[in-house]
Write a protein that binds this ligand. Structure first.
Ligand code: HEC
Length: 389
């Protein structure tokens, strides 16, 4: 990577710190993965507004802006408040730090590589030169805290409000990012760049095709059939798809959404749940929504999906109670176990929740005294009983 700085106001001196490389730890994936993902199909378009064929979506202050075949269509409270026409093909759009350093601009990237700012006055303004990119073709754009990263024909360009720095990295690949960190695939590995410290990290991963940075700042990368999540600097196998290929990966809120063939998966708290019969078209793209929902964009239409609260309650049980079950109760409460009461499933815990409270919390007679049981686990059971649906 050879950084070249173009100064807008101040001269920036940027050098990449030595990179670190890490190995993949082949941990076996968790067993609950094939549980079905519960979705809510969110009615985002109450007035059946015609927003055209949408290719990018921006959410700001109660407004949702759809960039697509109709230009930019702004929806407020489910109804169209205005439309700015004139451009019909977009490759990206996002709110980014203004080139003059004051506030945020909503900017779309046109299919011919220009940056158009959507002005409050209802017009598009070409701001490509304002970011020093008039000689480039912009393909994608990622806002990272106070910086914005552009994927350009020659590599990537990072604008921090004062300086635009070009790197000849990632040419041809589309970077993704969040939490001040950029990720892309290059030469059979995944690379990340901490935009503030300019630290480059490299993760060998043959066949890596999709990358994102999750809400904790960890790298998530996918090959055609496997998803890896970074933990303490190394990638760990989190999920292997038995049948469908990964087709898209985006981080939204506390989860990472993934398209698995025609189905949607949500990776959250280390566990992936997937739909069974969503039948998404093969070209479906995913766009994250600020609250953790996901938009599915395809020629067949636009949907917004959120996780069903019941699904999240089950995920909560899986991440908090299932480990306690596995550690202690499973000795006797498996199906057909000596206790004759099956507590191996979420449903089992819901059905027996009254008895669990009585035995584990009130009488403290479960697990039997012969078993080691941490007081913190008993407290965790009580906390779960208090919040369980
Ligand atoms: C060493 C074996 C053993 C372990 C470990 C154990 N149990 Fe039990 N449990 C039993 C047996 C045997 C019974 C049935 C006899 C009884 O009711 O006391 C039982 C009964 C229960 C019941 C009452 C079910 C009913 O019939 O209404 C609950 C609730 C329960 N266990 C919860 C748990 C939980 C939760 C754990 C783990 C934190 C656990 N137990 C761990 C052996 C065990």
């Amino acid at each position: 990577m050879k950084p070249i700085s173009i100064s807008l106001a101040l001269v920036g001196v940027l050098a990449l710190l030595p990179s670190c490389s890490s190995k993949i730890d082949p941990l076996p994936p968790k067993s609950t993965h094939d549980e079905s993902l519960g979705l809510r199909d969110i009615d985002w378009n109450l007035t059946k507004a015609d927003v055209g064929q949408v290719s990018a979506i921006v959410e700001v202050e109660g407004e949702t802006v759809f960039f697509g075949s109709h230009g930019a269509t702004i929806l407020q409270g489910g109804a169209i408040s205005s439309t700015v026409a004139g451009v019909s093909e977009w490759s990206a759009a996002t709110p980014i730090p203004a080139a003059d350093g004051v506030g945020t601009w909503i900017v779309g990237v046109t299919s011919d590589g220009k940056l158009l700012r959507l002005r409050a006055t209802g017009v598009f303004e070409d701001v490509t030169a304002r970011y020093g990119l008039d000689k480039d073709h912009v393909r994608a754009m990622i806002a990272l805290d106070t910086a914005v990263v552009f994927a350009v024909s020659s590599g990537i360009a990072i604008a921090d409000g004062k300086t635009v720095t070009h790197y000849d990295a990632a040419a041809g690949t589309t970077p993704a990012g969040g939490n001040g960190r950029l990720a892309w695939t290059e030469k059979g590995e995944v690379r990340t760049l901490d935009v503030k410290t300019k630290t480059l990290a490299r993760y060998p991963l043959t066949g890596a095709a999709f990358v994102t940075i999750d809400h904790d700042g960890n790298l998530v990368a996918a090959t055609a059939r496997a998803i890896y999540v970074e933990k303490e600097g190394a990638l760990h196998l989190a999920y292997t798809s038995p049948d469908a290929d990964v087709g898209a990966l985006v981080a939204a809120g506390t989860r990472v959404w993934v398209r698995l063939g025609a189905e949607l998966g949500a990776l959250e708290a280390g566990i992936l749940h997937r739909t069974k019969d969503l039948e998404l078209p093969a070209t479906t793209r995913l766009v994250p929504a600020m609250n953790g929902d996901v938009w599915t964009l395809s020629p067949a239409g636009l949907h917004r999906y959120g996780r069903d609260p019941a699904d999240l309650a089950r995920l909560d049980w899986e991440t908090t109670m299932l480990p306690i079950f596995a550690k202690v109760c499973s000795n006797c409460h498996q199906p057909g176990g000596t206790a004759n009461v099956d507590l191996s499933t979420y449903q089992g815990w819901l059905d027996y929740r009254g008895e669990i409270r009585k035995r584990v919390i009130d009488q403290r007679s479960m697990p039997p005294k012969s078993q080691t049981f941490a007081e913190s686990d008993r407290d965790a059971v009580k906390a779960w009983l208090d919040r369980a649906p």
